[in-house]
Design a protein. Structure first.
Length: 218
């Protein structure tokens, strides 16, 4: 009888603007909704959460499944990069998904990030003609952050250049004789010992000839 009641509650509960729902064996559910032009993650279970994920981009909905909410798009002369939020039906919470589209609309790969978007930058970030995409996403704790970078080639599929446990700081375009690359604040927390929490700045150098990013040695 109790199980039947829980199932009925799961089937009848609808959140305004809901585009997806993830329910779990304990009877709890989480929701992804679009409300007043904003994508939101809603978890009614104590302590209740109602989090803003980003502005909902209705113009990009056809680029992703209906159960995902597009919240950021960046374009270059040859690429369109779309980031969406979706529910994690296995572990709970939300996650982010990056898709790469050529201007003709064809998709060329995707990448799954953490709980929420922190930053998405696309362009000739290192100077020269190379188009680069960089995304930073964060987990449910501020120290859980990940940055990934790709080369967006004129021909072929995007190539992942690096993935670092840390946040984007700034790009160096190499003008004026400086070395092109990107500064990343790498997180030092080992997810076990509190005294390891913190971050250190690291510089990843861009080689324009080899099309590679390499961590500069101290």
């Amino acid at each position: 009888m109790k199980l039947t009641l829980i199932l009925c509650q799961l089937l009848t509960t609808v959140v305004p603007g809901q585009i997806d729902r993830a329910c779990f064996p304990d009877g709890s559910c989480q929701y992804l909704a679009v409300q007043e032009g904003t994508a939101r993650f809603i978890d009614p279970s104590p302590p209740a959460r109602n989090l803003t994920l980003g502005p909902y981009l209705s113009s990009e909905q056809e680029a992703v499944p209906r159960t995902e909410a597009p919240i950021r798009v960046r374009s270059t002369s040859t690429w369109r990069v779309v980031l969406s939020a979706f529910l994690d039906h296995e572990s709970g919470g939300t996650a982010t998904r990056l898709r790469f589209f050529r201007i003709d609309g064809s998709q060329h790969g995707q990448y799954d990030g953490l709980f929420q978007l922190d930053n998405l930058v696309v362009g000739r970030l290192f100077g020269g003609n190379d188009e680069i995409a960089a995304v930073a996403t964060v987990g449910e704790h501020s120290y859980d952050v990940k940055t990934a970078l790709w080369l967006l080639p004129a021909n072929g599929d995007p190539e992942q250049l690096a993935e670092v446990q840390g946040s984007l700081s700034r790009f160096v375009n190499g003008n004026g004789g400086s070395t092109p690359g990107v500064w990343i604040n790498r997180e030092t927390y080992d997810f076990e010992h509190a005294e390891t929490k913190g971050h250190v700045p690291e510089f990843w150098e861009w080689d324009r000839t080899r099309k590679t990013l390499t961590l500069r040695k101290s």
